[in-house]
Design a protein around this ligand. Sequence first.
Ligand code: F6R
Length: 366
Amino acid sequence: ELGPYSHFMQKEIHEQPRAISDTIEALIDDGAFRCELFGATAADIFKQIDSVLILAAGTSYYAGMTAKYWLESIAKIPTSVEIASEYRYRDSVPNPKQLIVTISQSGETLDTMEALKHAQKLGHPFSLAICNVQESAIPRASSLIYYTRAGAEIGVASTKAFTTQLIALFVLSVTLSKVRGLLTDAQEQQYLAELRQLTGSVQIALNLEPQIREWAHRFGDKEHALFLGRGIHFPIAMEGALKLKEISYIHAEAYPAGELKHGPLALVDSNMPVVVIAPNDALLEKVKSNMQEVRARGGELFVFADADSHFHASEGVQVIRTPRHVGALSPVLHVIPVQLLAYHAALFKGTDVDKPRNLAKSVTVE
Ligand code: F6R
């Protein structure tokens, strides 16, 4: 069942090109972003909404955080993202024109299910479930559904489910942009082309595994790590820190790199490895100056750059380059190396990668 792989997590990391292409198959066949991908009534619902509220837990919540950047930049629709177990227990201001988007790999997470019911009780008529398991509880309770087609995910740490959630959320962003009259034909074709090329780029990122394994060995004797990112890559830093924590038991925290100087910089010394997600985007120069703050305190930097980042390894600065920059879809590419880093750090420490202590695959309790 595992084929050439040692664990389900490793197998599932390597299945991501296939999982992504399956998740966009209908879209690519159509050659257009059509509302019907989300359900028969989606065209009608998408026309009525004025904002989006995303509810999810754990890794799925980080997919939601990433989606906020796309929904506001591509579809220009105001978006909030909230941890499901928090939303259901606070007073909030309902808006019947707001689309509730739940994200759940299993479709059975109690916190997310209850948050959806809470939103419905408050008077939100429109909901969309992004889910990997057909006919599970959350999609059954939702007006619209987009099934990710990652296939069964067995490793407790979510990997291919996360990347396919990102894909579904990107498709949602472009589709809403079209409904709102913001998308030109040329842009639509451009986004389709970027999606088609993505699987190739993800494969190239997977090929970095031997280099990442080398890095991971240097984390094996560390007790803590920091992950930094900015903008749309901040949620990817969060996801990298979560992966490292849950399977290698190394304490890891993520910060938007600009926040470092407002507190966490006090933690940095030669025992604190700092992982930086640093593709060549509008924030790269800012990230570089944040990195200098780390180096000045003796922190060792492990930088995931891309082909255009213009970085060079130097004393205390290791660089691994993902070979291509993929525009708006860059977060999908940049999560691959941090998944591999966590996997190999855990292997090095000898933990039970597929079944980390204290965790369950589907959390159906509060
Ligand atoms: C982390 C992980 C969890 C889940 C969370 C939500 O690797 O897998 O954080 O993402 O428990 O689960 P779903 O997506 O099934 O609702």
